[in-house]
Design a protein around this ligand. Structure first.
Ligand SMILES: *Cc1c(COP(=O)(O)O)cnc(C)c1O
Length: 429
């Protein structure tokens, strides 16, 4: 498969080149030249395929011949080494729990897939690369865990100081080895901006920088798998399916919409955001105007200028009308999120995390306006990662899972920076 830069279609790359470079030379995001179509036999009989078989079939055309079938199957198996349970919360409202991976975040899938692709590719090319990644919370932990000990790859993680939860901070600052953490005095958008600047900086050329944010195709594309798993679980209901995605950088939902374009029968998508509501406002006014980033209790979605929205727009040939047929977006504030955590816990005995609560809200809002659907929201993080807001709202304590306990006593290692120049010096050292 070939990819082109959304901002200059003349700039093209293979899957391998796009995964290694992260972003096109003009700072554009890579987008597939063509969208493969799924065969009907596969969709009609999806319940007969295992998750590994589904994932392999879906991703294969996007990788093409750049990896042998054998290696790709191995990458898929190592990526999907945990479960994706679907839990019915109330009639026609299900939660697809994506948080059973090693760092309890849905980003484990993209990070594991990408790290194993890079491992295979750097070995072939015999070169070292540095993954530079900005995190609003969960990306850092998933990337740190996914890349830890991977040969030929150094990882530098930028995160906004004081704005990630304590478990998240431990996950990205305590591994050591090939993983280093940089604390930025600023917001996630500031971190993201520094990363983008570094990629363009000619003086950093020798660092062979790449990104592990969802702008990288190797992290973005495997997120398509979730939507196939959701369809497999809900197909039997015989109703049109709506999927709600708690959205920050809009990589996850964009992967779902790509899956739909390949032929996956999902009728509608809802992007649910917190108070960082650039996209919901755009869907009302057709005017794309990011505001200053606001801090919320669903901090992994504190993004005011989502990098992947342009990919969604590209998928619909920049036609607002055709996009709005299958896509809606609503925003919810922290008060609504907390009230939902409480209501769903008390009435349904289901424990949401703040991101999942925003997703749940988006789904119920859609269902009030549109009848006859069955719906699923993506639960993107384990509630234990946000103990402060959950304990405060519900008055219960969530036990730390055994797997996380050793982490809590480890020493944090990070450097603090204020400006892009400080980052640059750090990378050059
Ligand atoms: C990253 C993240 C999101 C947002 O996903 P995007 O692909 O950036 O829209 C939602 N919830 C959690 C817990 C996350 O870590």
């Amino acid at each position: 498969m070939r990819y082109y830069s959304i901002t200059n279609p003349e700039l093209q790359a293979s899957f391998k080149e796009a995964a290694i470079s992260g972003i096109a030379p003009d700072r554009g995001l890579y987008f597939p030249m063509e969208i493969p179509k799924l065969d009907k036999e596969f969709i009609d009989n999806i319940e007969n395929y295992s998750n590994h078989e589904i994932a392999y079939k879906v991703i294969k055309p996007f990788v093409g011949d750049e990896m042998s079938d054998e290696v790709l199957k191995q990458v898929v198996a190592e990526t999907l080494c945990f479960d994706f349970p679907i839990v019915e919360v109330e009639e026609d409202v299900a939660s697809l729990e994506l948080y059973h991976g090693p760092t309890l975040a849905f980003k484990d899938v993209g990070a594991r897939f990408m790290s194993r692709c890079l491992q295979a590719f750097t070995k072939e090319e015999n070169k070292n690369i540095t993954v530079l990644v900005a995190t609003s919370g969960d990306t850092g932990g998933a990337v740190a865990n996914g890349f830890y000990g991977v040969n030929g790859v150094e990882v530098v993680i930028l995160y906004p100081s004081g704005k990630v939860s304590s478990i998240q901070e431990k996950q990205l600052t305590t591994l050591g080895g090939n993983i280093r953490a940089v604390e930025v005095n600023g917001s996630f958008d500031d971190c993201q901006e520094m990363v983008k600047t570094a990629f363009l900086d000619q003086e950093l050329k020798d660092c062979n920088l790449t990104s592990a944010n969802s702008i990288n195709v190797a992290r973005w594309l495997p997120q398509m798998f979730y939507y196939f798993f959701a369809y497999k679980a809900l197909k039997g209901k015989g109703k049109p399916i709506v999927v709600t995605v708690p959205s920050g950088n809009f990589g996850n939902i964009c992967a779902g919409m790509l899956a739909q374009r390949m032929g996956l029968p999902i009728a509608h998508f809802v992007a649910a955001t917190n108070s960082n509501d650039t996209v919901p406002r755009f869907m009302k006014t057709q005017d794309y105007k990011p505001n200053k980033t606001q801090e919320t209790i669903s901090n992994a979605m504190d993004v005011s200028n989502p990098s992947n929205f342009i990919r969604i727009f590209e998928l619909f040939e920049r036609q607002y009308g055709s996009l709005s047929n299958v896509f809606s977006s609503y925003s919810f504030d922290d008060m609504q999120t907390k009230a939902t955590l409480k209501k769903v816990y008390e009435e349904r005995e289901y424990l949401l995390d703040p991101h999942g609560a925003v997703g749940y809200l988006g789904l119920t809002q859609f269902m009030v306006l549109h009848k006859g659907y069955t719906g699923v929201f993506l639960e993107t993080a384990h509630p234990v990662k946000f103990p402060e807001s959950i304990e405060q709202t519900l008055g219960i304590e969530i036990p730390v899972p055994e797997a996380l306990k050793p982490l809590m006593t480890k020493e944090k290692q990070s450097v603090v920076i204020n400006t892009y120049n400080e980052l640059k010096q750090y990378l050059l050292e």
